[in-house]
Ligand binder design. Structure first.
Ligand code: ZN
Ligand code: ZN
Ligand code: ZN
Length: 328
């Protein structure tokens, strides 16, 4: 048997298979994602090799010298910061320059550290670096949308790092969420994310962890096994308006979630994205509610998804939340 569940925000259907629900052991063993970089030459993100990277846009020093978090422009950006959009036709097609900012946050001076074993106080420093960079980038009126992304392990470098992007257009996934948020708001005059938070706290069965300011839960129509969302319990459209106290709380929540993944699935590979409202007056959406989406990169059926647009998830989110609650 399988269940078709509709994700309430984007109204996308997801196939949740329930006949033989898959638990953590079904995804093991996969090859451990962590491979220290030995033979590939010096790591440009390690202390002492700062000269291999562009000059930092932000730096958090450390007592006794050195640095703890460092933000640098990406040497190989998806978006580049100089120039204009130069919108132009190419036959019947539209083209424009990929104007934007693409920065790398080197999350630690320690090449082998990862979120599961970092001190929450250190994760707080990373969040602080994100916030400060976004506040600065917001002043560039060409940018419409921020995205903070992390892949673990990194694709080209295993040194712990994440990406900050400031883009001239709103990416489709955020656009779909905004469309759903506005549609719900027009009908009910309430935020759909706030309603989901109330619903999940009441239902309990998909809650992984609740802190003073944040809820971590497995979404009803999880597209991926062990998908988890981290969301502020009080309505807020913009991540970069987060307060100090919330940052402290969020860093504890993040460490706890990734430690649970680490224990349950033996250090699985994952991706993490911060979804936050578009910026600038013309596109800012006060109705939107920022959140973090985390997915493990395990057990995917890309072919079916690619062919149909349906995601298939063989681990019901109620099971995923129960496993993650228990391992904590
Ligand atoms: Zn390194
Ligand atoms: Zn809300
Ligand atoms: Zn989202």
């Amino acid at each position: 048997m399988a269940e078709l569940r509709r994700e309430p925000i984007t109204r996308m259907w997801v196939v949740i298979t329930t006949d033989h629900p898959k638990g953590p052991s079904d995804y093991l063993p996969f090859k451990p994602p962590y491979r220290p970089q030995d033979s590939e030459g010096p790591c440009p993100f390690c202390p002492g090799n700062e000269g291999m990277t562009p000059k930092e846009t932000f730096l958090l020093g450390r007592e006794g010298g050195g640095w703890s978090v460092r933000v640098i422009p990406n040497k190989f950006p998806f978006f580049h910061i100089e120039g204009g959009f130069d919108r132009r036709p190419e036959g019947m097609y539209d083209v424009m320059e990929a104007i934007g900012a693409h920065e790398i946050v080197v999350e630690s001076s320690d090449h082998k550290l990862n979120l599961a074993v970092m001190e929450p106080q250190h994760i707080e420093k990373i969040l602080f670096a994100y916030r400060e960079r976004l506040i600065d980038l917001e002043r560039d009126r060409r940018f419409q949308q921020f995205l903070i992304l992390k892949n673990y392990p990194g694709v080209f470098n295993r040194h712990p790092h994440s990406h900050i992007m400031a883009m001239p257009a709103i990416p489709r996934r955020i656009d779909e969420e905004i469309w759903g948020t506005l549609d719900y708001y027009r009908r009910k005059e309430r935020c759909i994310f706030c309603d989901i938070i109330k619903e999940e706290i009441l239902a309990k069965k998909r809650v992984i962890l609740e802190t003073v300011h944040f809820l971590i839960f497995s979404p009803f129509a999880s597209r991926f096994p062990f998908e988890a969302w981290i969301i502020p319990k009080v309505h807020s459209p913009d991540f970069h308006h987060i307060h100090e106290e919330e940052m402290g709380d969020l860093s504890v929540a993040i460490q706890s979630l990734f430690m649970r993944f680490y224990k349950l699935l033996s250090d699985p590979p994952y991706s993490l994205a911060f979804h936050t409202s578009p910026i600038q007056d013309q596109s800012h959406r006060p109705e939107y509610h920022w959140h973090i989406e985390a997915r493990l990169r395990i057990g995917l059926r890309e072919g079916f998804e690619w062919g149909t647009g349906f995601f298939v998830n063989p681990t019901p989110p109620e099971d995923a939340a129960a496993y993650l609650r228990e391992v904590g």
